[in-house]
Design a protein around this ligand. Structure first.
Ligand SMILES: CC(=O)N[C@H]1[C@@H](OP(=O)(O)OP(=O)(O)OC[C@H]2O[C@@H](n3ccc(=O)[nH]c3=O)[C@H](O)[C@@H]2O)O[C@H](CO)[C@@H](O)[C@@H]1O
Ligand SMILES: C=C(OP(=O)(O)O)C(=O)O
Length: 429
């Protein structure tokens, strides 16, 4: 298994291009199941999760072709991909495929809407909590689906099609909002979703569905209205820049020091994060070409953070922010409210000399003067990159093992960081 070796201590200076958002690309690719026409997606990041989803969609009958690679760019850069689901050849999403990636469970929405049936394995994904699927099941039942759990599979049927309804999510869920949007797009009549997720990836999906002929309004607010249509067409749609990747590199600069332009980043997708980073003492400039992050020799201030659904501070940046706080002057309290088990990075950061204690859902971080390099183990996607950030500022060598997690969500991470002066390399097993 590959690992990443970092020699810490270098400041980051230069430009990092921001890739297309993984968490927008996945639902958008799944939306290709809703039409027999071609859905063309631009700016699809080259990631293990995208490759895995291509395999899963292929199993249902989705053909794909890749083009649009920018000149002088090699394998591994964001691409334009055409997806065509001329016919759905299989409505079962098997355990072997779905268990590797949680978002693949979301095929249940379009399969049910287009074919009136779906048999989808209960999902896997990052080990950050129990992550049930009750909100999906309740929502699809509200649209008239009959749902049973059989041998680890969610079996859903709507022989006469789905029927629009008013549905209030008892809890905000990004995935359940994606799925209900896709299902309601082809349901009969009007669907009103209340307490919907407001994440930018939801807006990106709704914009794409509308370009395909759906009638969706209110995406980006807590109440989304969908007027069902009988069929959807193809479209061409661009994936938004990755706000989690943006925040990750912004935190890396705040940690290591330096001056970096995050090219193509959109500040409006992560204002709450940028404000927190400014409070830590880094300077943020919102420019037309991206976001510039600077930190000179000054110390890092301690800031308290609580994760929340958008527009609050994202759980997907909690681990990276904790890495920064290990170097802060004083104590910071980081409270995780989205996932009950998302502190796996705490013990690994401790190997580098961090002082962190847990009290329920809050991590109390006492800043230390200097981290020291050590071998560490990546436990999930964002935890992995938090260890990279810590390694960039640690004295000596840090080896991050089990980096396949990183490859799920960060396009060309080593290349982007070494291009800004970091001493970082992949060691292939
Ligand atoms: C591929 C993708 O986009 N993944 C993101 C998505 O995950 P995902 O869509 O899985 O996360 P959700 O928003 O659904 O989860 C939020 C909370 O709701 C709970 N829940 C969810 C569904 C359900 O049926 N029942 C239930 O109780 C979850 O366990 C969690 O505690 O949003 C998360 C929250 O921003 C991010 O961390 C993930 O990176
Ligand atoms: C938790 C994440 O992904 P997933 O929902 O696919 O597990 C993530 O992107 O940080």
């Amino acid at each position: 298994m590959d690992s990443i070796r970092i020699r810490g201590g270098n400041a980051l200076n230069g430009t990092i291009p921001v890739s297309g958002a993984k968490n927008a690309a996945l639902p958008l690719m799944i939306a290709s199941l809703l039409t027999d026409d071609t859905l063309t997606l631009e700016n699809v990041p080259h990631l293990a999760d995208v490759e895995q989803l291509i395999r899963i969609l292929g199993n249902h009958g989705v053909d794909y072709s890749v083009n649009g690679r920018r000149e002088n760019q090699d394998k591994g850069y964001s691409r334009t991909i055409h997806f065509t689901a001329r016919s759905i050849v299989d409505t079962t999403a098997p355990y072997e495929l779905v268990s590797k990636m949680r978002a693949s469970f979301w095929v249940i929405g379009p399969l049910l809407a287009r074919r009136g049936e779906a048999r989808v394995s209960l999902p896997g994904g990052c080990a950050i909590g129990t992550r049930p699927v009750d909100l999906f099941i309740d929502g699809l039942r509200a649209l008239g689906a009959e749902i049973d759990i059989e041998s680890g599979y969610v079996v859903a049927r709507a022989k006469n099609g789905l029927i629009g309804a008013r549905h209030r999510f008892p809890k905000v869920s990004v995935g359940a909002t994606h799925v209900l949007l896709m299902a309601a797009a082809l349901a009969k009549g009007e669907t009103v979703l209340e307490n919907a997720a407001r994440e930018p990836e939801i807006v990106n999906l709704a914009d794409c569905l509308n370009a395909m002929g759906a009638k969706i309004s209110g995406a980006g607010t807590a109440t989304i209205t969908v007027q069902g249509v009988t069929s959807l067409s193809g479209a061409r749609h661009r994936i938004i820049p990755d706000r989690i990747e943006t925040g990750t590199y912004a935190l890396a600069v705040a940690m290591a020091g330096g001056d970096v332009l995050l090219e193509g980043a959109r500040a409006d997708l992560l204002e709450s994060v940028l404000e927190v980073i400014e409070q830590t003492g880094a300077e943020i400039t919102r420019a037309n070409t991206g976001i510039r992050v600077r930190r000179n020799g000054a110390g890092v201030e301690a800031v308290d953070v609580t994760t929340e659904p958008f527009p609050g501070f994202p759980t997907d940046l909690q681990a990276q922010f904790m890495a920064l706080m290990t170097r802060a002057r004083g104590q910071s309290r980081i409270t995780e409210t989205i996932f009950e088990n998302r502190f796996m990075h705490v013990q690994e950061l401790a190997r580098l000399g961090a002082r962190i204690s847990l009290s329920g859902q809050t991590a109390i971080v006492d800043g230390v003067g200097q981290l020291k390099g050590a071998p560490v183990m990546a436990t999930d996607l964002r935890a992995s990159v938090s260890l990279v950030i810590a390694g960039l500022a640690a004295e000596g060598e840090t080896q991050v093992n089990r980096v396949y997690h990183l490859d799920r969500g960060f396009e060309r991470l080593e290349e982007k960081l070494s291009g800004c002066g970091a001493e970082i390399e992949r060691i292939s097993a």
